[in-house]
Design a protein. Sequence first.
Length: 265
Amino acid sequence: MIATLTDFGNSEYLGAMKGVIRSISFDADIIDLYNDVAPQSVRQAAWVLLSNYACFPKGALFLCIVDPGVGTDRKALAVQTKSYTFIAPDNGLIYPAAQKDGITSVISITIPKDASRTFHGRDIFAKAAAKLDSGHGIASLGKPAKTIQPLHFHKKGREGEVVRIDHFGNIITNLSCLPGEKRYAATLGKEKMNLPFYATYAEAKSDELFLIEGSARTLEISVKSGSAKQKLHPKIGEHIRIIGMQRGNIPGAEGGVLRGVFLKK
């Protein structure tokens, strides 16, 4: 099974890659993980992969193409882990997921001299994925690589980052919930917010900003029947601080609760 993760959107580039794969491995089982990553957003793609790779059966191969460095001297990688294989440019995209599953082998894929300088997804990565799918070993793709570009999501105490903004406008963070906490103080850019925590979307009032635990088991800022993205205009990678509002946690809180939804500086 080959799963694709790209920023190609609704373009012919994804179809071209699949055509190349089927030309080499005719019976290849190709499914789409997600192909609407924001253009050149390596961090967003890395989070999507980290949050979803374990949903796939062991032995699946992930073909991940978000490649702002295409045509440069950055490596093309094939990475074997305990349960999966990842093929991608060496820009950190696959690092969090591969590291979590346990890296066992890293190969620098040999780049053909006739490869396009703007479409390595078709000319290098798709061919490598098809070769593995047809039964070749990972070592047949090139030479062992000594390094892999790391990518780490910022997390220091209760300060993390915006890792993804989904189709519904939910602002997804890499911060976990605090057990029993029903209200949080959040700082995102210049905005300081007092946000309730709900277990379900149905509990929130219409157009209300609130926090919920998302499918990745991290906190998300949401708006019932609306878009948190449109209200707050966050950026992928932007730092966010979310702390519980129990008594003593927030300076100036009375009874552990700060009044108001937005607290401006």
